[in-house]
Design a protein around this ligand. Structure first.
Ligand code: DGT
Ligand code: CA
Ligand code: CA
Ligand code: ZN
Length: 575
């Protein structure tokens, strides 16, 4: 557990203690301990004796050490077991904290959403100390919007929840293997619910343990082989389907529940054509009724004359035809470089040296340091002088490395009036220039396209970053004619980005596929603002497989030599 997790767990314990309405001093002790940890600059590993910190007592120190060593807390587990799961889900209603829920629970016997609604309607809530008529009405109001949970959540929102579940499944000895399925495994931009396939020969035991997973707030369905629950974590609620299968059914069940639905329809047609029927349990020969199972999904696809289709590409979008041959999909293993990242020179959290060491540790051979340009004041964008100073520093740093090259770079703003943030004679000296739009999103399509045109047709700009400017589920981006942008990019030898942040995934898969078919070079980048974010590229490569990109389409898989040839070529075309 890192410090953030420990702090969050202490806060959670405090909240749960509030619900139980225990001695206020005990509750305060956990809050104080959380604050003390947060206020200390060291990492949790560096804090050897938590009780030495001001604000941390013996009991809370014990919990911290336990969390540090085991990632769990007995105190929390016991609390969780003693409070109805559905009561905990009420914590996500705006205006309801531990204290108030404790009152509702202890004094009115509220134990879930429906009993809370009932208590409000019967005007019982207003009679509680600290509530009143106004807050009862507010609660009713909040309750209404709370109950209409958004249909689909952005991938970035659900990934941490999925990872928490997986960490717990790892620990269950009765589970032989498990996997994500559904849209989560296909890495769709948004996800309605989480799906997991679990192989076990001890179904009954696994069922019980699934119901006791951390974060389960209520049980929707509890069949022999399917468990559906509502989960609440970090103020996000989502449901999850777990399917329990026998070990030898794992591959076919995994394929079946990975979908997409439309992909499954196509597979069933293939099966029918060869006198067979596909189900989650295996492939049945229509004539004899014999059911065949498979060790792996690869064997399953092979049975139908296909190469392994990566989950991301299972969208009934040409994958059956494509995988009749053995196409080469692009994987993170192919990456030789990350070409978009920030450092403390602008709004990044880590130094050039730290980012470079991390990139090198990932097995890359080169990287570009691309801090923000001067226009972006909120991001501490670089003046020309600072940019040049940074690049002198990078050239010096490069002398240290025989096996690695740092490219000088910049993420330059395209200004609202269509000007680029630096003049050509500055850009000319930079190895890798990214241009992007961070302002005036509400401009007309015409104006936006004029801005992009200025960047694409500049001989020293190599990449347009996050070309759509969207944030999945939060912001649509600016009004851009992507088809024309693709045409220009092809014409000028400019690369388009697949920004790998799970919040962005920009270009979207549809346009990525169009860009690839047009022969535009794609660049998959983390846009990391801190070390951990360098790992975002995994989502980018997954997204790229969904658009059926091949390694050669992606400039990050090229040798440094080929990348340099690419940037030179653009100069030759436009200078
Ligand atoms: P979503 O909407 O983000 O949850 O998307 P999926 O693809 O995860 O959809 P979900 O959770 O309804 O179902 C998971 C997969 O199970 C789906 O991709 C195809 C497969 N599947 C098998 N039988 C059925 C069925 O009867 N209905 C649906 N909808 N899917 C099925
Ligand atoms: Ca799903
Ligand atoms: Ca589902
Ligand atoms: Zn950036």
């Amino acid at each position: 557990m890192n410090k953030k997790d420990v702090v969050a767990t202490l806060e959670k314990i405090a909240t749960y203690l509030e619900i139980k309405a225990v001695n206020p001093f005990k509750i305060a002790a956990y809050r104080k301990a959380a604050q003390a940890l947060e206020g200390d600059e060291r990492t949790i590993a560096e804090i050897e004796k938590p009780q030495d910190l001001n604000g941390i007592g013996k009991a809370t120190a014990e919990v911290i050490v336990e969390l540090k060593e085991t990632g769990r807390s007995n105190v929390l587990d016991e609390l969780q077991a003693s409070i109805p799961g559905e009561l905990l889900s009420l914590l996500t209603i705006p205006g309801l904290g531990g204290k108030k829920i404790g009152k509702l629970y202890n004094e009115l016997g509220v134990k879930d959403a429906s009993s809370l609604l009932e208590a409000c309607r019967q005007k019982k809530v207003r009679q509680l100390a600290g509530f009143g008529e106004k807050s009862e009405n507010k609660l009713l109001e909040a309750f209404e919007t709370w109950n209409t949970r958004p249909e689909r959540l952005p991938l970035a929102t659900v990934l941490p929840i999925a990872e928490q579940i997986e960490a717990q499944l790892e620990e269950l000895q009765e589970v032989s293997r498990f996997s994500r399925a559904g849209s989560l495994r296909r890495m769709k931009e948004t996800v309605k619910d989480l799906d997991f396939i679990i192989a076990t020969d001890q179904m009954a035991e696994v069922r019980e343990k699934l119901l006791a997973l951390k974060g389960v707030s209520s049980v929707i369905a509890k069949g022999d082989t399917k468990i559906s629950v509502d989960l609440t974590a970090d103020n996000v609620s989502i449901s999850a389907d777990f399917r329990l299968v026998a070990n030898d059914e794992f591959a076919t069940a995994l394929h079946h529940f990975t979908g997409s639905k439309d992909h499954n329809v196509l597979m069933r047609q293939l099966a029918k054509a060869q006198g067979e029927k596909i189900s989650e349990y295996g492939v049945e020969a229509s004539e004899t009724g014999d059911v065949q199972t498979f060790k792996t999904e690869k064997d399953f696809f092979f049975h139908f004359g296909l190469a392994y289709i990566p989950p991301e590409a299972r969208s009934a979008n040409g994958e059956i035809e494509r995988y009749e041959t053995q196409p080469e999909d692009v994987y993170l293993d192919h990456a030789k470089a990350d070409l978009h990242m920030h450092t403390t020179w602008s709004d990044g959290a880590h130094s050039i040296e730290e980012m470079v060491e991390a990139a090198r540790g990932k097995g890359y051979t080169h990287t570009a340091i691309t801090d923000h340009s001067r226009y972006l004041k909120v991001a501490n964008g670089l003046s020309i002088e600072k940019l040049q100073k940074q690049h002198a520093h990078i050239r010096k740093l490069n002398e240290q490395y025989e096996d690695f090259t740092i490219l000088t770079g910049v993420e330059m703003d395209i200004l609202p009036d269509g000007q680029l943030d630096y003049p050509d004679d500055v850009l000319k000296e930079v190895d890798f220039v990214i241009a992007s739009i961070h302002s005036a999103f509400s401009q007309s399509r015409e104006r936006i396209m004029e801005r992009l045109r200025a960047a694409v047709f500049n001989p020293y700009v190599h990449l347009i970053a996050h070309p759509m400017g969207r944030l999945i589920g939060r912001r649509d981006g600016y009004d851009v004619d992507v088809a024309t942008l693709i045409k220009w990019a092809k014409e000028t030898g400019t690369a388009l980005e697949l920004n790998a942040s799970p919040k962005r995934l920009d270009l979207a898969a549809y346009w990525l596929k169009q860009a690839r078919e047009a022969g535009v070079a794609i660049s998959i980048n983390s846009d990391a603002h801190r070390l951990e974010m360098l790992d975002y590229v995994q989502y980018g490569y997954a997204h790229a497989r969904g658009a059926m990109l091949e390694p050669s389409d992606v400039i990050n898989t090229w040798s440094l030599e080929d990348l340099r040839a690419f940037t030179k070529k653009k100069r030759r075309i436009l200078e």
